[in-house]
Write a protein that binds this ligand. Sequence first.
Ligand code: FES
Length: 283
Amino acid sequence: MEHYGEQTASGHLHVPAASKVPYADDVLAGLHTDAQAVIARYPNARSALLPLLHLVQSVDGYITGRGITFCADVLGLTEAEVSGVATFYTQYKRHPNGEYTVGVCTNTLCAIMGGDQIWDAVSEHLDLGHDETTGDGKITLERVECNAACDFAPVVMVNWEFYDNQTPESTIALVDDLRAGAPVRPTRGPNRQCTFKEMSRVLAGFPDGHADEGVGAGPATLEGLRVAHEHHWTAPPSSFSGPEADHADLAADARDERAVVREVAVESLEGARQATDTTQAGE
Ligand code: FES
């Protein structure tokens, strides 16, 4: 896998020739069966493209040339249209991906909580840059943007499962365990770490039975709720139901937020006025 993920001088990715070798008959038959189940969920077949690309990754480990052809054939699209989508989203890999995608969040909050140090340490430990894969095919390392888990920063994800409050040391231990095949369990969510192909099949819409395992919202996520209970804050009542209620709730929330902002501004002004009075009295 020494060249995968690297670009030629003209900017093209090195993709193995096997990417275009046709599927074996039994694999193709399985893909067609699964694809029909996915397509049946949508009023328009072409709407199934995103899950079908995940389905291709669940078989091939990345978006192969033959996978592009398969999606185009079953959805009545051109290969150019399928490629255009596959190259737009970063979750679709255009070259062989590791068994575990390790994403180090270096967005604002994680960065200031140590994400940059984690990235530097793991990148050096594995001798990998962004979107590069270890020679044993186990780990693909990525710099990722916010994982929507800022309450547990700095966060590392493995195939989109959370590893909260990480350090350079804990992340190095994590990638070493993954490479060694040692049992690894995410901080929240499922009881075991899934592989890239397994995760891709779930994203294609085929549950693996692990969805309800483990912790969902941790203490940091629930902190706001705890404070609200402590102060007996509740959502404003609504006399509507249905979509109107959502609009009314949002409008009420906005009104409440404006009231709080006004209250804080008045308090600030009052504080400033008192400080000025005190200073002038002391002169
Ligand atoms: S900034 Fe890292 S999870 Fe939000």
